[in-house]
Design a protein around this ligand. Sequence first.
Ligand SMILES: [Zn+2]
Length: 305
Amino acid sequence: MELNENARIDTSQVEDRRGSGGGGGMGIPIPIGGGGRGGLVGLIIAVLVALVGGGFGLNAATNGGGSDQGDNTSLEQKCSTEDALQQLDCRNTLYVNSIQAYWTKALPEAFGDQYRPSKTVFFSQGVNTGCGQADSGVGPFYCPADDLVYIDLTFYRLLADQLGAEGEFAQPYVLAHEYGHHVQDLLGTEAQMRRQQQRDPNNANALSVKLELQADCYAGAWAKNATGTSDAQGQKIFKSITEQDIQQAIDTAEKIGDDAIQQRSGRPVNPDEFTHGTSEQRQQWFTKGYSTGDPKGCDTFGGTL
Ligand SMILES: [Zn+2]
C-alpha cells in the first residue's frame, strides 16, 4: 500500500482526546465480553459495537456523558508536515478520510441514502462516550448513541503482538469495519437488529454475528474502491493497494474470529458464545465485499430482519 503524500489529511474528521485523560477510572467498571451480556441486562445503558468480542473485556458504566472535548491543535500541525505519513495518527486520519469519501458516494448509489459523516475519536486508556465509560481493553468500537468511532491507537500493537496481525493494512480494515457499523446505524440495520434481539433473545448472539459479518463485508467493499477515493481537492488518497495488503486484512479477519480468540485465550471453543463470527466467516465476508465491491451484496441477514 502506498499513500499519496500530496493528499491533504483532513483532521476535522477525527477528534483527538488523547491529552484529556479520558475519564479513566470514573464510575464502576462492568466487564462484559462475548456471551456475558445476558446477566448484565439493565446495567448497560447502550451496547457498544466492538470489533472483537470474547477475548476482550468491555467496561461500560451507567454514567456515560460523552462530554469530553478533544483538542486537534497538535494533530493538525503534525499532519501538515512533510513526514506526516510516517505518523500513525496522521495515517489513520487519512484512512478515515478515504473510508468516508467512499461512503459519501457509495451510500446514495447503493442504498439511496445520504451519508452523514462520523468522527473517529482517538483516546488513550479511557473515554466517556454516549454509550458509557469505556477503556482501551474493549478495542475499537462504534457507539450508535453518539455516532462516533472510538479507537486507542495502541490497539494496533496488541493486534500485532498478541494476535499476530502485523500488517499495516490491518489498520484501515479495523477502521472500515467500525465505519461499517456507522453505515448500519444510518440505514437502520443496527436498530432493527437490536429489536430482533429483544424479540428473540435466544438468537441474540447469532444476530450479533450477522451484524459483525456485514461490517466486515462493508470493509471489503471499501477496500475494493479505496484507490478511487480522493481528498477534498481531488487528490487521490492511495497511490496503490496491493494483493498483499488485501491478504493482510484477510489475515486480520482470521486472527480476530471468535473461535481463534477463544482458542488463544485457552478456553474451549463454544459456538453459543460467538458474537462476531468465526475466522472463516469473517474472511469470507470481507472477501465477498472485496470481490464484488458492492455493499448491496453484504446481505448477511438474508432478508431475516
Ligand atoms: Zn464490529
